[in-house]
Design a binder for this molecule. Structure first.
Ligand code: LLP
Length: 432
């Protein structure tokens, strides 16, 4: 009935998440409110992990991309699932460290890591630093030398695959700020320099071809291209690359019309490609890493809002204004992303109208969505926007000096606060 399987309707006709009435959550914690279902998060981690066990003999690791959604409690949950973590800034790494995350399972990303970030990553003993460019490689070599340590690195490669078209092409994508291009020989030169470095250990290569991808074919193609590169490094440099990181990007269902491939099928098919390509190329099967973010966090989350104004503009549209907006969910203004919405206290009724859900920022484009099927919504109703667990809280801002909403975790009928609601005092915390 709803896009995410953890959503249901109870006897009162109210939307539930993880067995809890969302209207009760809105009353208890206030609105706007992010709600994350711990069971969904854990299930997604386990599905990815068991797929690697089943289809690739367990020779791989899932690293949750924490840019999708991070806070101490999320890091604790991910750590307790025994999987790894992808971080992309000092803040994400600090959060993981403070949550007690096993740093040997952390990969540090970023196309422009600062010296401070590189030093902190080396100090923390992160499992991998995914090197994006030559300047970073040289700075890391120096930092590792100064700290008398050896940094385990992967090189971020642009495999030349455009995953956003069905008819993906192999030659584009040089125009990206991330990583080394294969076609120009830049990637090979980087590998050569990395092998010559004394304080870095080139253990792997990495690619990430995009996000919210429904097809498996571009992932298979990327794996082939990357294995070809591993074979080239072995042939020409005599250096064995033992790890292949294929990034994240697995699509999820935001609308009922969306039909992403199940991630088990992705792991099955990519494992098959890796096995057969390795035989063909005469190279050892690498340890595989994947970095799902959205597919672990998004379906687990919803955002609850309270309706303020209802504005009908005859012949044009109906605006339903809520007490949040682009500050807590900037994805419509950025990407025109689509979401399913439900009036939580009327969840068993028909979605009889098509409305525009508007936020409260001083910005016309501050919308949660347009043309959204919705039950008749009036002032005081609670609206749930579904599948907001990824790239909502993590991309939230204080535009208009609006305090950020809290995050509540639910688990089989129980709820607990994970991130407190910001207050006006928090807004001026760093002002002097
Ligand atoms: N690994 C790397 C290196 C990445 O750059 C990303 C996402 C991921 C993994 C995780 O991808 P996922 O499985 O979540 O698709 N703000 C955008 C999404 C940006 C994704 C950036 N990189 C959005 O809201 O749709």
């Amino acid at each position: 009935m709803f896009v995410s399987e953890n959503l249901n309707v109870n006897k009162k006709g109210h939307l539930t998440i993880g067995g809890i009435d969302t209207v009760d959550l809105a009353v208890q914690y206030g609105t706007p409110l992010y709600v994350m279902d711990e069971v969904m998060i854990r299930n997604a981690c386990r599905r990815f992990k068991s797929s690697i066990d089943k289809y690739y003999g367990g020779k791989g690791m899932v690293c949750y991309a924490s840019k999708a959604f991070s806070c101490l409690e999320m890091c604790r949950i991910i750590n307790s699932e025994g999987i790894g973590l992808d971080v992309v800034s000092i803040g994400e790494l600090y959060t993981a460290v403070k949550a007690g995350f096993d740093t040997s399972k952390i990969g540090f990303h970023g196309n422009n890591k600062t010296d401070e970030e590189l030093e902190y990553a080396v100090d923390c003993g992160v499992g991998h630093i995914i090197v994006d460019n030559i300047s970073e490689l040289l700075r890391l070599e120096k930092t590792a030398e100064e700290k008398k340590s050896k940094a385990r690195i992967m090189l971020r490669i642009k495999p030349g695959i455009d995953a956003h078209t069905h008819d993906f092409v192999k030659t584009g994508q040089i125009d990206s700020k991330f990583g080394f291009a294969l076609e120009t020989g830049e990637a090979f030169e980087a590998a050569k320099q990395a092998v010559e470095c004394e304080n870095v250990d080139l253990v792997g290569v990495h690619c990430h071809i995009g996000s919210q991808i429904f097809d498996i074919a571009p992932f298979e193609e990327a794996a082939k291209v990357m294995l070809g590169f591993i074979a080239e490094i072995k042939d020409k440099l005599g250096h064995e690359i033992s790890e292949l990181n294929l990034g994240g990007g697995f699509g999820i269902k935001y609308l009922n019309s969306h039909d992403p491939a199940p991630f088990e099928t992705y792991i099955e098919r990519v494992s098959e490609v890796v096995r057969s390509e390795c035989v063909a190329l005469g190279i050892a099967q690498p340890f595989i890493l994947i970095e799902p973010g959205r597919s672990i966090a998004a379906p687990a989350g919803i955002t609850l809002y309270k309706v303020g104004a209802r504005k009908e503009i005859p012949g044009i549209r109906t605006y339903i204004s809520v007490d949040g907006g682009m500050g807590d969910n900037p994805r419509y203004i950025l990407y025109q992303s689509e979401y399913e919405a439900v009036v939580a206290n009327k969840a068993s009724e028909e979605r009889s109208e098509k409305v525009t859900i508007a936020g409260k920022c001083c910005e016309s484009g501050d919308l949660i969505g347009e043309n959204m099927p919705l039950q008749h919504a009036e002032s005081g109703d609670i609206i749930a926007v579904c599948a907001t667990g990824a790239y909502n809280y993590s991309m939230a801002s204080n535009y208009n000096r609006i305090p950020k909403p809290p995050v509540v975790f639910v688990n089989n009928g129980e709820s607990r606060i994970a991130v407190k609601r910001e207050t006006p005092e928090d807004i001026i915390r760093n002002d002097v």
